[in-house]
Design a protein around this ligand. Structure first.
Ligand SMILES: [Zn+2]
Length: 433
């Protein structure tokens, strides 16, 4: 593969031009967002935008006097008066740059967002989100933006107030409230309850036993790998097949600390008696919890020197629906890592529009955005991410990525990245061989 080819999938920044950039601040707040203090008032959003524009004054940014404020409008539709005015001004070449406090102020729909970006692009209008620190004048900014949007949509799906209330009530009653089926259990097709899968349950018990014997995540991970036990293969309701993956220390630890195995349900740190049967002896389960609590700091995958690519097995080419595999090229002394679409590698560069992406770029963007999203307590709750794991993530993000990220799709043509996250409860399963 030539350097030129690699660069085709790489993302490079474009130079900033020195000229007057007329900036319009758009603000929005919907009525139901009153509870969330993260969504500041229209004035606060505008102030943040003004401060940002002022900070860019030396590169020619100037604030337009017109206000584009939509108070009491949902981000799920484009039918908003101030937004429509803004779009008209964009069409009339009155605006060079649109500034928002947060990406989802402009739109909460990926599709609408893509359309807006198109319209901005056609008029050479750039887009900046103040709190998320990127702008679309760089392709890195665009990549970041797309990652952010996938998260925003995910967040909206799982953290809606209604779901939260329903889940909390159900959990307090000890009900299984969904998510991916849990190793050792199947989800009763007749309704959302867990039934023991005897064969898997036996494996779960053996895993607990292995840990009791060896007292080392590292040793047990190695033993599970030797046995060829991977996470569970299961099918979603829509028939999508989820493949098994080898256990990591992070996923093993999450399995060993999952209250479900003791017949319980953990909701926001409070353990309730579950409706389902336990498959691990309560005394053993408790004993292991105490041990983990004593150790406190989870051992992250500290031997990163082995250099397994962070997104190996997680990254897919969206155009070809094929995995993207980690590889590198040498340029003098320097090693450039990137992920290349399996299709492109097998059948030639022209067979895939995505081709390759810089590993550093996509890994850093993903981790950076995970950091931003996980900074929200609501998000961490939704993902069942305990405080100690969050601390571990801040210390060494790589340890948690394989546990939290189900898959990452990348489409090279548009630079679109879609991330599927999964909650940490009930997701670590092995395959049936
Ligand atoms: Zn491809």
């Amino acid at each position: 593969m030539s350097e030129e080819e690699i660069r085709a999938g790489d993302l490079t920044t474009t130079a900033t031009k020195q000229r007057v950039i007329r900036c319009a601040i758009y603000t929005r707040k919907s009525t139901e967002e009153g509870l969330d203090q993260e969504f500041n008032s229209l004035d606060a959003q505008r102030e943040a935008g003004e401060a940002y524009i002022a900070s860019q004054r030396q590169v020619g940014w100037r604030l337009l006097a017109q206000r584009y404020d939509d108070g009491g409008f949902s981000g799920g539709t484009l039918d908003r008066p101030a937004l429509q005015r803004l779009l008209a001004d964009v069409e009339a070449h009155q605006v060079d740059c649109v500034v928002v406090y947060k990406v989802d102020r402009l739109s909460r729909s990926l599709l609408d967002f893509a359309r807006l970006m198109d319209r901005f692009d056609q008029r050479s209008v750039s887009f900046v989100s103040v709190t998320q620190q990127f702008n679309t004048t760089t392709s890195l900014g665009r990549l970041t933006l797309n990652i952010l949007l996938s998260f925003a949509q995910f967040e909206r799906e799982i953290i809606s107030e209604r779901t939260r209330d329903k889940m909390s009530a159900a959990r307090r009653k000890g009900k299984w409230v969904g998510g991916t089926p849990l190793l050792g259990y199947d989800v009763d097709p007749g309704g959302g309850r867990l039934v023991v899968n005897p064969k898997e349950a036996q494996r779960v018990r053996e895993i607990f036993e292995l840990y009791r014997r060896h007292r080392s995540l590292h040793t047990v991970v190695a033993e599970l790998a030797r046995r060829g036990w991977t996470t569970k293969v299961w099918k979603s309701k829509k028939g999508r097949r989820h493949t098994g993956r080898p256990f990591t220390k992070a996923s093993l630890r999450l399995l060993l600390t999952n209250a479900t195995y003791a017949g319980k349900v953990n909701y926001r740190g409070v353990v309730y008696q579950g409706e389902h049967s336990a498959i691990v002896d309560t005394a053993l389960w408790d004993q292991i919890q105490v041990e983990f609590r004593d150790r406190q700091r989870p051992k992250t995958e500290s031997t990163r020197s082995e250099q397994k690519a962070l997104l190996a097995g997680l990254l897919f080419c969206q155009s070809c629906q094929r995995p993207m595999v980690a590889t590198y090229s040498m340029k003098g002394e320097r090693r450039y890592r990137y992920y290349v679409c399996h299709q492109a590698r097998q059948n030639g560069w022209k067979s895939c529009p995505t081709k390759a992406v810089s590993a550093k770029l996509i890994e850093e963007s993903l981790v950076g955005q995970l950091r931003v999203r996980l900074n929200s307590e609501a998000m961490r709750r939704a993902l069942h991410l305990p405080a100690r794991d969050w601390q571990a993530f801040l210390h060494d993000p790589a340890g948690l990525v394989p546990a939290l990220v189900e898959s990452v799709g990348y489409e090279g043509g548009s630079g679109t990245v879609s991330v599927r996250l999964r909650a940490l409860n009930g997701t670590f399963q092995e395959a049936q061989h």
